[in-house]
Structure formats: C-alpha cells, structure tokens
Design a protein around this ligand. Structure first.
Ligand code: SAH
Ligand code: SF4
Length: 366
C-alpha cells in the first residue's frame, strides 16, 4: 500500500492497524510521516529521522511511498508541460502544468481515465471510461509535478504551482469521493497547502452532485455551459438531456459559499457558427442574471478528427465585449500547449476500457 495518497484519518488508521508502530503512537507517527510525505515530498522512509530506525524499517517492510511512472514528458514552446502518467498497467492519464495562471501557475489534473460523457467538441469524450482515479492517484499528479518543478520545501511566495484545476480528463463529479479526499490532502496546511480557494472543480453539469461538492470540498466551482438553450446544449453536452439548463442554474445558485468574492466560472467553448453569435452572448447574459459569475471564453482547440472549427478572434472579442458590458468579467482563455495536444479538451490516453461489468462496479453514477 502506498501511504502518500491517504487522508490524515486514513493514514492514522492504517498505521494503527499495521503493527509497525504502537497503536498509542499512531497519531504522532502519522503526523510525522505526513510532514515528510507532503511537505518534504520524500519517496522512501529513510529520511524520516524523527522516527526511530526500527520503526522506519518496519514501515518500509509494509508500505511504499513511491510515485507512479511518468511514461512521457512533453514541454510546449509556451512553457506548458504535459506528463503522461501510468498508474497501473493500462491505466494512464495526462496532467498539464500551465505557467502564469492564477497567482503563479496552474496544474490541470485528471479525475478519470477517459470519460463516460461524450461532449461532441472534446477529445477525452472519444475515449471510453476506463475507470475513476483514486484519491492517491489524483494527489500523485500534484506530487509528480512538484518533483519535476523542484517545489518541495519552497517558500510559498516562490512557488510556480499555486493553483489546481480539475479540468483534465474525466468528469470530477462522477468521482466525488476520490476528488474530495484528494482535495483534503492537497489543501492540508501541514503539507502541500494549496488553499481551497485556489482549487477549481469543473463539471459538465452533474446537477445532483453540485451541492455536495461545495459541502464536502469548498472548492471553487466551474461549469461547462457552452450553450444558452437546451436544444443546442443537448447536442454539445449530451448530459444536458438528463439535467437541463434550468435545473443546472438552480443548483449553481444553491452552491455553498457562492458570493462576489467566490464566483462561479462559466466555461464557454467558442465554436464557429455554432454558439458564437452576438444574440447568444446576450442570451448568456440574461441566463446568468443574478449569479455571481465570470465567463471564461475558451477558443475551441482542435484535435485529430474533431468536427468543429474555432470562432474567429473578432467573433470571440465581440462576444466577450457584450458579456463584459453586462458587468461580467469575460477573459478569453489563451490557448496553451496546443502544439503538444495539452490544451483544454485535447487530452486523451491510449488506455482502453475493461469489461462493462467491472466498469460498473468501479464508477459511481447518480
Ligand atoms: N469534465 C469536466 C472537466 C474537464 S474539461 C467538464 O467538462 O467540465 C475542461 C474544460 O475544457 C471544459 O469546460 C470542457 O468543456 C472544455 N473543452 C473540452 N474540449 C474542448 C476543446 N476541444 N476546446 C476547448 N475547450 C474544450
Ligand atoms: Fe467528459 Fe468534460 Fe470532455 Fe465532456 S468536456 S467529454 S464531461 S471531459
């Protein structure tokens, strides 16, 4: 068992049961090991000098702290880094570091290998779901990035990785348990300590899980909207047939902690001639009335065989102006890492699905 992906409570329970440390010492040892793993980023027990040598040896007999294998590392001409990580044989997902986003730089993590949803503009959507990633596998993506960036034990002000976005492969709300545990680990003050206000979870609109996301994680919410009427959204984001726009907006209004200081981000991919007219920009403004929001316009990123084109720069600016004049921040997301297929919606791995019965047992669909 790898200890680096356990929550504090799990770690303490596992140590208490392990026989490697006296049960009465489990709490203290868990705290010590936690600091080594999540502050120092160690990958074996040898450096844990405040734990007795015998106890360290006993731990090393039973547990590991190693990272998953990085199968491929690519760096884009604009500084974006993409890692293809193999968590287990046939279980691979991508993670992307984007410098100069948020306070300093954002890591885009995957929550699933593949996706059960089939948004028509998304490359990941063409890959069948293989399985949910565990909390440990989500945390491992942050650890791999911090290893690579040399960020363990750095001064918070000197960090390059300051924000996390759950915008990689998969639908995070179909893996809420894994995502919530991973958030507990990543945000822990005596560890990686990335504040929950700097962690954003993006969903295509799994309405019955939105409130629970807020209650369990206090993460910032992002919604992949992409259309202003059900007819078009049914086509682009097929999940809309199950949870139409009106229900989605009601769930968003109900998101815990929503305020002007904690706005929801609406993502809107700009598809040429599909959803990019000035009339749709005005419809968007009407739809979001009263919701503390900002609107992130994402130029469509093409992928091999993709059925859309990106709107022109001019069309995107006109759209942004209309939204902006209505009082919403409407940043246009600069495409990053396109040359290495690391931009939004371009991620995909070669991992293939297992038997449907095994998949059903692993995935948690409301
Ligand atoms: N499954 C979640 C999170 C991952 S996708 C979700 O859908 O929200 C992260 C963002 O990239 C989403 O807003 C998604 O709609 C958008 N996206 C997907 N494919 C894209 C593409 N080809 N070009 C631009 N954005 C895309
Ligand atoms: Fe899945 Fe999100 Fe891609 Fe839709 S946009 S297919 S929900 S990863």
């Amino acid at each position: 068992m790898n200890l680096t992906g356990l929550t504090r409570a799990q770690l303490q329970a596992v140590l208490a049961d392990s026989g490697a440390v006296a049960p009465s010492m489990a709490r203290m040892r868990a705290g010590q090991a936690w600091g080594w793993m999540h502050k120092h980023g160690v990958t074996d027990f040898a450096p844990m000098t405040n734990i007795a040598k015998e106890a360290r040896a006993a731990l090393a007999e039973r547990f590991v702290l190693n990272r998953p294998e990085v199968v491929e590392r690519q760096e884009s001409s604009d500084g974006v880094v993409k890692w293809l990580i193999r968590f287990a044989p046939g279980i691979e997902a991508e993670t992307v570091f984007i410098p100069d986003v948020g306070r300093s730089g954002a890591l885009c993590v995957s929550s699933q290998v593949g996706c059960t949803l089939n948004c028509t503009f998304c490359h990941t959507g063409t890959q069948a779901l293989v399985r949910n990633l565990t909390a440990g596998e989500i945390v491992a993506q942050v650890q791999v990035a911090r290893d690579d960036l040399g960020e363990w034990m750095t001064d918070p002000g000197a960090r390059r990785l300051t924000n996390i976005v759950f915008m990689g492969m998969g639908e995070p709300l179909y893996n809420l348990d894994g995502v919530a545990d991973a958030l507990d680990i990543i945000s822990d003050n005596e560890g990686i300590a990335i504040s929950r206000r700097r962690i954003t979870v993006s969903t295509s609109g799994v309405v019955p899980r939105i409130r629970a996301l807020g209650e369990r994680t206090s993460a910032m919410l992002a919604i992949s909207l992409h259309a202003t009427n059900d007819e078009l959204r049914d086509e682009l984001v097929p999940l809309n047939r199950k949870y139409p726009i009106a229900e989605l907006l009601a769930a968003i209004r109900d998101y815990p902690g929503l305020s002007n200081a904690r706005r929801v981000t609406f993502e809107y991919v700009m598809l040429k001639g599909v959803n990019d007219s000035p009339a749709e920009a005005r419809a968007l403004v009407r739809l979001l009335a009263g919701i503390p929001a900002k609107i992130n316009l994402i130029p469509f990123n093409p992928w091999p065989g993709s059925p859309y084109e990106c709107s022109s720069g001019r069309t995107i600016e006109t759209f942004a102006d209309i939204v902006n004049r209505a009082g919403y921040a409407s940043p246009i997301r600069r495409p990053r890492g396109r040359d290495i297929l690391a931009a939004c919606g371009q991620l995909k791995s070669e991992s293939e699905k297992v038997r449907a019965s095994a998949r059903r047992a692993q995935v948690d669909v409301p």
